[in-house]
Design a protein around this ligand. Structure first.
Ligand SMILES: NC(=O)c1ccc[n+]([C@@H]2O[C@H](COP(=O)([O-])OP(=O)(O)OC[C@H]3O[C@@H](n4cnc5c(N)ncnc54)[C@H](OP(=O)(O)O)[C@@H]3O)[C@@H](O)[C@H]2O)c1
Length: 249
């Protein structure tokens, strides 16, 4: 029984791959950096009695995704973790269009395509789509990133609702982490404004949520509290608070 994990070469995806391997899943590891995936696959096989296969793919490239989907056909995939993604910190007017286009291609379009494919082809299983706490609020200086994560959350929750009626053996769950210590900040070009949890902590919460089939998984007490506060705060005030914290990054 295989789990396909995108963005498995680093951070949350890598930690989820290890957490799933300890639950007995065989793992298909997807990302661009093949050498890293090969090393991680060897570590997974060494630590656990499972199969682990690196599948190099640029999720920003539709042809590369088509190739990936072909490669997955022989495997009995019961869990898909759409985790690959990245952000960019900066003013909308300063971030180059191409950077944001690639962000939308990876965070939104690739996730949409993989969700469409596996929701159709899986007879039973789970798709875990990695969103973010930033999905819940407009986020100055990360406007496109936060909007991409709002897409992931709303899209995933809507499909999960549909599937509960039309194909209850397949679920689409959403993971909304707050700050996590990974390579994310280096890639985004900034620091976390709030305390960050470890990738392992995030992965443990994700796997617990998968086992319970929780539609919305928010790792950590602080972020669960934030989620409630966000829900009761007027949007204008929320935007000002979000802008304040973003300035600290
Ligand atoms: N860290 C946080 O604070 C945080 C908070 C909320 C949500 N998240 C979300 O969590 C997910 C994982 O991020 P992370 O924090 O673990 O960051 P990370 O350490 O930078 O990992 C990002 C992963 O995405 C992969 N990736 C990026 N572009 C790709 C592409 N074009 N094709 C294939 N794979 C690609 C990277 O692999 P390659 O570079 O090898 O391709 C890497 O494995 C992201 O969706 C992120 O938005 C992170």
């Amino acid at each position: 029984m295989y789990a396909l994990v995108t963005g498995a070469s680093s951070g949350i995806g890598k930690a989820i791959a290890f957490a799933l391997a300890s639950e007995g899943y065989d793992i298909l590891l997807v990302a661009r950096r093949e050498e890293r995936l090969t090393t991680i696959a060897a570590d997974l096989i060494g630590d656990h009695d499972i199969e682990a296969i690196p599948l190099s793919c640029d999720l920003g490239d539709p042809d590369s995704i088509a190739q990936l989907l072909k490669q997955t056909i022989p495997f009995d995939i019961r869990l898909v973790v759409n985790n690959a993604g990245f952000g960019k910190i900066g003013l909308f007017s300063d971030i180059p269009y191409e950077d944001e286009k690639t962000m939308i291609d990876v965070n939104v379009n690739a996730l949409h395509r993989l969700t469409k494919h596996f929701a159709k082809t899986m007879d039973e299983g789970i798709i875990l789509n990695v969103s973010s706490m930033s999905a819940f609020l407009p986020t100055p200086k990360m406007s496109v990133y936060a909007a991409s994560k709002a897409f992931v959350l709303n899209f995933s929750q809507a499909i999960d609702h549909e599937l509960r009626q039309s194909k209850p053996s397949v679920r689409v769950l959403s993971l909304c982490p707050g700050p996590v210590k990974t390579e994310f900040s280096d890639v985004a070009g900034g620091n976390n404004a709030l305390p960050a949890i470890s990738a392992e902590h995030c992965a443990k919460a994700a796997v617990k949520g998968i086992k319970k089939k929780k539609a919305l998984i928010i790792p950590g007490f602080l972020m669960k509290l934030m989620h409630i506060l966000i829900a009761i705060t007027p949007r204008r005030l929320l935007l000002r608070m979000s802008g304040f914290f973003q300035n600290k990054k």
